[in-house]
Each structure stands twice: as C-alpha cells, then as structure tokens.
Design a protein around this ligand. Structure first.
Ligand code: AMP
Ligand code: TRP
Length: 335
C-alpha cells in the first residue's frame, strides 16, 4: 500500500466558526494523531478570488495558522504554510487549467452561489477556484483530503482532472485523492435557519459560533438557536424534517465524539430548555481552550511567522520536484 499523505486547507477570511472546526479542523487533528504525513495550508490565493484588504491579509493568514495550532495541529509533526509562499500551486494550476472543462466549472455549486446573477462581471479567479484547489492537492500527490461536505464536488473535479492528465499522457502520475468527510457534523447548519449552511459570510453573527466567541456569547447564541416546540425525539429518524433540532443534536454528538442516536438515548423526550444549556456548556468546554491558545499564539506573531516560513520550505521541497516531473511529462524544455 502506498503511504497516506493528507492535504487540506482553509481560507484566511474572517473568523473560523464551529462548522469549520467540526467539519474539518477537528478531523485534521484526529488524522494527525494517527501518524500519517499531514500538510495543512492556509489558502490565501483562494481568499483573493473575492476582494481582500491588503493590510489585513497577512494577519488573517497568521490567525488561521494560529487556529490550526490552537486546535491541536502540531507544527513539529505537520507542515503548516501559506499557499502563496509555494510557487508550485500557481504554476501547476496553469498546467491543469489547460485540461479543465469550462462546462464542469460552470456546474460547481459554490461558483454558482458566489457568482450569483452577475456572471458577466465575475472574476476569472472565482471561476477557476476549483482548478487551483486541484493543484493544491496534486502538487503533493496527496492521497487523502479531509474536508466538510460542501467541498465534495470540488474534490470530484480534482479527481477528474488527475485522471484526465494521466489518460492524456498515458502515465500513472497523479493519484486519485480520496475525500475524507468524517464525523457526524459534515455540514453544520446556521443556528438561525437549519436549512442554511453555517457560513463565514452570513450577515447575522447569531447564525454561527465563532472560535473567538466567549462563553457568554456562545451560551446566548445557543439559547436563541432555532428549534421547534416539540421536545427532543427518541430516534434519529424523527429528526427528519426538523432541521434546527437535527443541527443542535448533530453539534452535540460531534463535540462529544458520540453518535446522534446515543445522544438521543440520553436526551430523548427532554425539552430544549434542558438540552440547550448542556450543549452550551460542552461547546464552551471545547472551544474556550482553543480560543485561549489562539490569543496566546497571536501575542507572538514572530513565532507563527517562523512556523509558516519553515512550513513553506518543507512544502516547497515536496511540491517543486512533482511540478518538474509534471512539466517533463508534458514535454517542456529543461536545461
Ligand atoms: P472555508 O471556510 O470555506 O475555507 O472552509 C474550510 C473548511 O471548513 C472546509 O473543509 C469546509 O468544507 C469546512 N466547512 C465550512 N463550513 C462548514 C459547515 N458549515 N459545516 C461543516 N464543514 C464546513
Ligand atoms: N476550497 C476549500 C474551502 O473553501 C479550501 C481549499 C483550498 C482546500 N484548497 C484546498 C481544501 C485543497 C482541501 C484541499 O473550504
């Protein structure tokens, strides 16, 4: 069996929220503990597919790196680095863009959501976003990619691009990266509307729990979270058509590393006024140490910068020869 190489990333835009933590970051920490090679990128080139303020981007990149480390990613064991610091990402992206179909990119739901009706003026970067994501993964020949449910379609495209390359050049160059969509909370929903994804871009702060929220804020947001008038059901099937209720049970289960049915065994039949304070307490118990470690780390930006610089060097050592090998297969000139 070939060795596992895990790659994933998050954009340095706004604060991380509970969805990012439960859908991705928490799983990364678990995977790292299993001892596989892990590469975690702060995808700043993806962030600029929508306008970013130049005087905030570098600091936002440090903040995401701090969140990775605070959540339990160990820079001694995993590579943590900014995407823009390793040139292979952009270079490989161009090569892969030549074998990516416009029709497929047009069907990406994230593109459709972000572009809205304004398709005439939407930037090329937003359109090509999934090709850059494929380059991120393939530049390391990563075998496993832990992400939330919303990234599944992008990963399918990355797999197709990898096999288009292999077929066109009759090689077994790129592996097929496996999506790892793990745990109970692969899609955490808005606290205000259980049918909408919890998102950094929702205009209402009450819709999400940010990793930087204090205990009081977390409790207040959970107290106001959408449910319905019925008590908690006794079985998972009964959560169907109860989106707000399902979301809170899912969050609880995921934080505790338990199954939803196990949680319902304990709380089935209870009113929300009993469940919500329990949920708030465990959310605070999980998140407040992360928030604290994050602010400690951010008090020493020079340390974070050193980790990012070392990480970029290590990442470059892996990606550069893979890029060169890709160019050789395509027949580019070399000295
Ligand atoms: P982003 O904030 O778009 O950079 O996403 C970073 C990671 O968090 C990706 O793996 C996403 O799939 C994951 N993610 C974002 N929002 C959610 C959510 N509401 N539920 C679960 N995972 C999420
Ligand atoms: N598109 C991902 C998101 O918004 C972030 C990302 C960029 C990514 N490149 C990646 C995730 C490579 C996994 C692998 O969440």
């Amino acid at each position: 069996m070939t060795k596992k190489r895990i790659f994933s990333g998050m954009q340095p835009t706004n604060n991380l929220h509970l969805g990012n933590y439960l859908g991705a970051l928490k799983n990364w920490v678990d995977l790292q503990k299993q001892g596989d090679e892990c590469i975690f990128c702060v995808v700043d080139l993806h962030a600029v597919t929508v306008p970013q303020e130049p005087d905030k981007l570098a600091q936002a990149t440090r903040e995401i790196a701090a969140a990775y480390i605070a959540a339990g990613i160990d820079p001694e064991k995993a590579i943590i680095f900014p995407q823009s610091a390793v040139a292979a990402h952009s270079q490989l992206m161009w090569l892969l863009a030549t074998m990516s179909q416009m029709g497929k990119l047009e069907r990406m739901t994230q593109f459709k959501d972000k572009a809205g009706k304004n398709t005439e003026r939407v930037g090329l970067g937003l359109f090509a976003y999934p090709v850059l994501m494929a380059a991120d993964i393939l530049a390391y020949k990563a075998t496993h990619v832990p992400v939330g449910e919303d990234q599944k379609q992008h990963l399918e495209l990355a797999r197709e691009i990898a096999s288009t390359f292999n077929t066109r050049y009759k090689v077994e160059h790129f592996p097929q990266p496996e999506p790892q969509i793990l745990g109970e909370a692969t899609r955490v929903m808005s606290l205000k509307d259980g049918t909408k994804k919890m998102s950094k871009s929702d205009e209402s702060d009450l819709s999400r729990i940010n990793l930087t929220d204090d205990a009081e804020k977390i409790a207040a947001k959970i107290k106001r979270a959408q449910t319905d008038s019925a008590p908690l059901p006794i079985s998972v099937e009964e959560l169907k058509d109860r989106a707000g209720a399902d979301n809170l049970v899912t969050i609880y289960a995921s934080l505790m590393g338990r199954s939803k049915s196990d949680v319902l065994k304990e709380f089935g039949g209870q009113p929300w006024s009993v469940f919500k304070p329990e949920l708030a307490e465990i959310a605070v118990r999980h998140l407040s140490p992360i928030t604290e470690r994050m602010s400690d780390l951010l008090a020493h930006p020079d340390k974070i910068d050193r980790i990012l610089k070392d990480g970029a060097e290590q990442a470059d050592i892996i990606a550069r020869p893979i890029l060169r090998e890709t160019m050789d297969i395509m027949g580019f000139w070399r000295a």
